[in-house]
Ligand binder design. Structure first.
Ligand SMILES: NC(=O)c1ccc[n+]([C@@H]2O[C@H](COP(=O)([O-])OP(=O)(O)OC[C@H]3O[C@@H](n4cnc5c(N)ncnc54)[C@H](OP(=O)(O)O)[C@@H]3O)[C@@H](O)[C@H]2O)c1
Length: 156
């Protein structure tokens, strides 16, 4: 099964200059709770934005058209095949969300209540794909958050 997790602003922006466009500790904790001890799949640019070694206590799989030795790399077909037997969590970025969205049955989406200026990466539009909310939780900013946020859980 393929699950997707992302955080976006109110216009769907997810990235700017190769990084997240906000400091949002509560969302990082939420991300960790959903992904810990699972297998995560990401594009090479998202991999490059992480600290060396990637996300700890998770199996990190990267998509790249260039072979590399520092991390497990898989093709689209290999990832789809692996997802028949275990839950894989698609963690971005924009290219990889668009690639796998038609195969995803579940989405964890955090709306960050801001409008990022100059964003260069966006989440794909999910509005026509039959996803519906099964959970929603609004949270005011904590001491290490720049903005309020809404955690959403959708399935289709
Ligand atoms: N807000 C969020 O939740 C969130 C989550 C994750 C990332 N982000 C942000 O999103 C941005 C990065 O997203 P992005 O769209 O620029 O890049 P990306 O999706 O992270 O990575 C794109 C790369 O993936 C590889 N790739 C793409 N399609 C492939 C395919 N079919 N087969 C094999 N490899 C493939 C290519 O790597 P090669 O060039 O090596 O071939 C491509 O350059 C950053 O700003 C990051 O901080 C935000």
């Amino acid at each position: 099964m393929l699950t997707m997790i992302y955080a976006c602003d109110t216009n769907g922006a997810i990235g700017k200059d190769g990084d997240l466009p906000w400091k949002q500790s509560s969302d990082l904790q939420h991300f960790k709770r959903i992904t810990i001890r699972k297998t995560v799949v990401m594009g090479r640019k998202t991999w490059d934005s992480l600290p060396p070694g990637g996300l700890p206590n998770r199996r990190n799989i990267v998509m790249s058209r260039t072979p590399r030795q520092d991390v497990e790399v898989m093709s689209f077909e290999q990832i789809i095949e692996l997802s028949q037997n275990e839950e894989l969590i698609i963690i971005g970025g924009g290219e990889i969300y668009s690639l796998f969205l038609p195969h995803c049955k579940e989405i964890h989406r955090t709306i960050i209540h801001t409008e990022v200026e100059g964003a260069d990466t966006f989440a794909p539009d999910i509005s026509e794909l039959g996803f519906y909310l099964i959970g929603e939780n609004h949270q005011s900013p904590g001491p290490k958050d720049q903005h309020s946020m809404t955690f959403q859980h959708l399935i289709c």
